[in-house]
Design a binder for this molecule. Structure first.
Ligand code: DGY
Length: 328
């Protein structure tokens, strides 16, 4: 007889699930549950292994009931979870930082290159046999090397993107809530206020978590500050950008283009956005490599098992203040 019950809201890669099954009674869902389905399903579980697309509200936490001890999110971001309410209810919230840093930075870089050098347009043109002849003025993009990259949010992923930029001989600027003097001198990157960064950068890449402070931080005013040749890259969270303002800026050529992996609503059905020629759009693929998704699975499962066995120092905890409420 297992002493715990865990709900995993989607099949995750790797062999970690077998480990979890040895330890707990595990229910794994094959399809993404609707909010209502999740609400009906959660009562009685001790642990939830959730995806960033599962909204874990106070209502879901209440429905789960007093036996719920840990929510292990299969993502580094945790804006899908009411962390404050979880903490009030003595529930650990865990996430998967570090293991996805480089893959997400690679994807941001791929979007930046694809947008600047018009890779997707070029691919479509070649496939549809619309490429008539080589020409000196045909499908010109923008140089990336020796340009200025502005990083908004110099956390783990922001720094990994900055390192990639240095290999392209770029000048790197950053804006962050706190100055990171050591990183500035180690990597030769420069701090700017957000407004100055927006004015000076050729490429702007967003790497802030979604919080009440960052929601809509790139709106009409900020887009107007950018160069008309600027390219905006967003692999963070869609709602950091005012999507309507971005569409307006792209339509009016206020900026040159955007590379987006994240959207206001996911999956996006924003027709206005989908028909724009000067955007490259990917379906939230930041961490989507075979290797990284397996590492995320292992980490999310370790978080769950360690949380349920009171080994809290081995859990990547989002809400450490909850530990004061937990007794061994
Ligand atoms: C995360 O883990 O928060 C990323 O958005 C996944 O791609």
């Amino acid at each position: 007889m297992h002493s715990c019950r865990v709900l995993v809201t989607r099949k995750i890669p790797g062999s970690g699930l077998f480990r979890l099954q040895e330890f707990c009674e595990v229910t794994i869902l094959n399809e993404p549950p609707s909010y209502k389905e999740l609400l009906n399903m959660v009562p009685g579980y001790n642990g939830l292994l959730t995806m960033l697309s599962d909204k874990i509200t106070s209502e879901i936490i209440d429905a789960a009931g007093p036996d719920l001890r840990i929510i292990s999110n299969y993502a580094v971001g945790f804006d899908n979870i009411d962390v404050e309410y979880a903490t009030e209810n003595s529930i650990i919230v865990a996430h998967t930082p570090d293991v996805l840093t480089d893959s997400t930075a690679d994807l941001a870089w791929a979007l930046l290159m694809a947008t600047a050098r018009r890779l997707i347009e070029g691919d479509q043109l070649t496939r549809t046999e619309k490429w008539k002849a080589w020409s000196p003025t045909f499908m010109l993009g923008l140089d990336v090397h020796h340009k200025t990259l502005g990083i908004v949010g110099l956390g783990r992923i922001g720094l990994a993107v900055a390192k990639r930029a240095l290999a392209f001989d770029m000048k790197v600027l950053y804006f962050s809530r706190t100055r990171k003097y050591e990183i500035e001198s180690k990597f030769g990157i420069e701090y700017r206020t957000l407004d100055d960064l927006l004015r000076e950068s050729d490429f702007i890449s967003l790497h802030v978590p979604l919080t009440p402070e960052t929601e809509g931080m790139i709106g009409a005013k900020q887009l107007q500050m950018m160069k008309s040749t600027a390219i905006l890259i967003n692999t963070a969270r869609g709602r950091v950008v005012d999507e309507d303002a971005l569409i307006h800026a792209l339509k009016e050529s206020q900026i040159r283009g955007a590379g987006l992996d994240v959207y206001r609503e996911e999956p996006t059905h924003n027709r206005e956005l989908l028909k724009l020629p000067n955007v490259v759009l990917t379906p939230h693929l930041g961490s989507a490599t075979i290797e990284t998704r397996i590492k995320m699975a292992d980490l999310a499962i370790n978080n769950l098992i360690n949380g349920l066995t009171h080994q809290y120092d081995r859990v990547k905890i989002v809400n450490p203040s909850v530990l004061k409420k937990l007794k061994k």
